[in-house]
Design a protein around this ligand. Structure first.
Ligand SMILES: NC(=O)c1ccc[n+]([C@@H]2O[C@H](COP(=O)([O-])OP(=O)(O)OC[C@H]3O[C@@H](n4cnc5c(N)ncnc54)[C@H](OP(=O)(O)O)[C@@H]3O)[C@@H](O)[C@H]2O)c1
Length: 219
């Protein structure tokens, strides 16, 4: 598979990139980001882009791909609804709409989160916006689209969050997360399991379009 990865510098994206570079079924990885990953690998190519709601300047480089792993995203903490909607819905839909037009045979996988609200009507702002993003992604003319809803993610293999307070929390709770993952797989996955699951689903498909944390761990 030839894949495009968004959010490769973040905690989720670093984990997905690692698994892509290790996977023999992945021929090449194109990272689109606003800052370099700092990694070098024969399979890896990077485009530094500055406008994440307009891809017209780089469209010619975005064709001929089999899958997209969309790991770009932010925490809603301390953010007003308009800003969170822009960073979550507008950016994701701009990229996905462009990719669906350029690559009708593409499988699009989106990292959303446990508790996302498919009704778009609930009380939690972040969950409504993630739910609407999922619903609208599923309507685009991709070969297939899958929404991954991890709960807590245990970072492995040196993966770190870009968000300082998230990284600080993960350092403190690391020992608890590792045991919780064993006794309550509904609530914890790892950066490795998530990356492996996204690759497998992009390659082989999955019986349903929305994957909860337990699905991710089962794959
Ligand atoms: N971490 C978790 O435990 C967890 C659990 C469940 C769901 N998720 C979801 O997974 C997704 C990724 O989370 P994460 O933990 O990987 O976040 P993160 O470590 O903060 O990384 C965020 C990624 O998004 C990029 N990004 C953020 N704002 C951007 C913007 N305005 N324009 C372009 N790129 C931007 C960052 O690029 P730069 O490097 O350029 O800043 C980085 O690559 C989010 O949607 C989150 O809700 C995370």
């Amino acid at each position: 598979m030839k894949v495009i990865l968004f959010g490769a510098t973040g905690m989720v994206g670093q984990g997905v990139l690692r698994e892509c570079l290790l996977d023999r079924d992945i021929e090449s990885v194109l990272v689109v980001g606003r800052s370099p990953t700092g990694q070098h690998h024969a399979k890896l190519r990077e485009i530094i882009h500055d406008n994440f709601v307009d891809y017209s300047a780089i469209e010619s480089e975005l064709t001929g791909y089999d899958a997209c792993f969309f790991c770009l995203g932010v925490s809603s903490l301390g953010m007003d609804e308009a800003r969170y909607r822009h960073l979550t819905y507008d950016i994701t839909m701009a990229a996905a709409t462009t990719l669906a037009r350029l690559n009708p045979g593409m499988v699009f996988t989106y990292v959303t989160g446990r508790g996302s609200d498919s009704t778009e009507q609930g009380r939690l702002m972040w969950a409504r916006i993630k739910g609407k993003t999922e619903n609208d992604l599923l309507r685009l003319p991709f070969k297939a689209a899958y929404m991954f809803r991890p709960a807590a993610i245990q970072p492995l293999h040196g993966v770190r969050s870009k968000t300082a307070w998230v990284q600080a929390i993960y350092v403190v709770i690391a020992p608890v997360l590792s045991s919780l993952g064993r006794i309550a797989p509904k609530y914890v996955t790892t950066s490795e399991q998530l990356g492996r699951a996204m690759i497998k689903v992009a390659r082989d498909g999955y019986p349903k379009p929305v994957l909860e944390n337990e699905d991710i761990n089962r794959i």
